[in-house]
Design a protein around this ligand. Sequence first.
Ligand SMILES: NC(=O)c1ccc[n+]([C@@H]2O[C@H](COP(=O)([O-])OP(=O)(O)OC[C@H]3O[C@@H](n4cnc5c(N)ncnc54)[C@H](OP(=O)(O)O)[C@@H]3O)[C@@H](O)[C@H]2O)c1
Length: 375
Amino acid sequence: MASCNPQTPANRAAWLSAAKARPLAVKLAQYPSPKANEIVVRNAAIAINPSDWLKQDSGDFLYSWVKYPFVLGSDTAGTVVETGFSVTRFTAGDRVVGHAVGIDEQSNSSAEGTFQTYTVLRAEMTSPLPDSMSFESASVIPLGASTAACGLFEKDKLALQAPSTSPKLTGKTLLIWGGSTSVGLNAIQLAVAAGYEVFATASPKNHAYVKSLGASRVFDYNSPTVITDLRKAFEGKTTAGALTMGAGSADASMEVLKHCSGNKFIAMATYPTPSPPPQSLVLLKTVYAFMSWSVVWYFKSKMNGIRSNFIFGSTLAFNGVGKLIYEDFLPEALAQGSFVPAPEPKIVGEGLESIQAGLDIQKLGVSAKKVVVTL
Ligand SMILES: NC(=O)c1ccc[n+]([C@@H]2O[C@H](COP(=O)([O-])OP(=O)(O)OC[C@H]3O[C@@H](n4cnc5c(N)ncnc54)[C@H](OP(=O)(O)O)[C@@H]3O)[C@@H](O)[C@H]2O)c1
């Protein structure tokens, strides 16, 4: 699989060599050439998401289209090495941050995974980085911001007004359940930039941080009174709907939204399946849990006038929302500091060999932190 051309740089990847294989195997990989509207980036820092270890743990249950060996990883910050035909926004040497969508079924390509030295990024899923922003700091942005953007701006999700560096206020209030998650911290900033007031949930230790990014009020999701407190807070407000992350977040948000006036729509990032999936009878138990939840959810949402949809955090690459974020909004917002990388990086190692440890650390759980490996 190594390149035979002495002109192309040598590439190495941390491969998922078979279903459930661990550790990731660090080996040579083909140097990926950019096609039209693509760039090749030398990764300087990559971040790790729950989907990375969920794919490794669950085998073919998730992302069943993936053929092995495969290169996982969605988040990178690095330097442009090459640009493909028709790319005008970037040239070699530019510092960038981007969301690599190799795991999406429409791409399904190891070249677009970040757990390697060189990664192909789609130009419209990439933003230039201000000189003052470190690669480590920037690498936390992509999947968090993309998933948030899918939920907030896609037509079949919350379909909110687009974000801008000079937001037009809407007078509407959005609930972000899971405000201290990586997705939530990006969602708060995007929603505020789109002109919405945000109420969020988080553990009390993260309330100040969540507020510093733009939430006007933050509630402890473990408090026995959280639903009542949120219902009171929404009195007299018009809701823009809810974006939900974390176990039980959709059900709890329904209990709040059903008493609100406005858009009773819930965009769900967390799927109602056991996480991590059970190790025995995996398929049967998980499908049963999902089906039972779906039947109850269907009837409860009908009764309460709630509409909902699940988010898949890479669909924005194929429907124009990616361009809205990475081309139209983030470059200016990052440059002027109105959008900041969040959460803080938790750097756990250096080199492709450290990525497996990164997956294991992410799986143990983080609180308002993003696991990052420098390359
Ligand atoms: N559908 C998609 O395409 C997609 C894409 C990305 C992520 N996701 C999902 O979205 C969720 C968030 O992902 P992430 O990477 O942002 O997670 P993360 O940063 O790893 O999440 C850690 C945070 O979760 C919070 N949390 C834990 N349980 C919670 C609950 N029951 N309610 C609210 N918050 C809770 C914790 O908050 P405190 O420390 O404040 O307690 C912690 O800060 C995950 O379920 C992930 O699988 C889905």
